[in-house]
Design a protein around this ligand. Sequence first.
Ligand code: FE2
Ligand code: FE2
Length: 213
Amino acid sequence: MESGPSLDSAIAALDRALRAVFAPARAQRPAPSPDPPQGPDPLTPAEQRESAALMRVNHAGELAAQALYHGQALVARSEATRSMLLEAARSESDHLAWCETRLTELNARPSLLNPLWYAGSFAIGALAALAGDRTSLGFVVETERQVEGHLDEHIGRLPVGDRRSRAILETMRAEEIAHGVTAAAAGGERLPVPVRALMRRTARVMTGTAYWV
Ligand SMILES: [Fe+2]
Ligand SMILES: [Fe+2]
């Protein structure tokens, strides 16, 4: 069924945006924990600061992923694509909540620029989806591929003793891969090289900034 954004779907999108940015994220599934479980954090103050900076970046990244999918869902042409995107966004909101919990445990705050990351990513998602559902699904494939690479890097950079953050990032990584596979199976098209490069550069601005603020 073909449909453009209606007033109802625009209002639903605004509601999703306000919740994502301003309401505390609520997980539908408990945060992954290390096996065997970890007691109190064994981190030095410097390690704790490093973990917090990395988890702030991941938190901003999850918010941005959710915003991309919300933006794409708003302009999706088919109902099947829209519900797939909203389902992926819901799974990102678990990731967001897990990162938020971990930030609190590390005595740190999310990025102050979160509203900006959300708005920018929403606009990019909506623009990508204007090109049609197959491109939009291809955009999901590419986003998830880049997030997987980014998570690999962060899993390597986390202080060795931070097994709690590592358990969260490893579960997220497995789920991002699954999101990409679902989008590819639904007909996602491979994006042109310059678009992929632009996506990587844009993500770098966000991850580089959210590390500090
Ligand atoms: Fe995620
Ligand atoms: Fe994902």
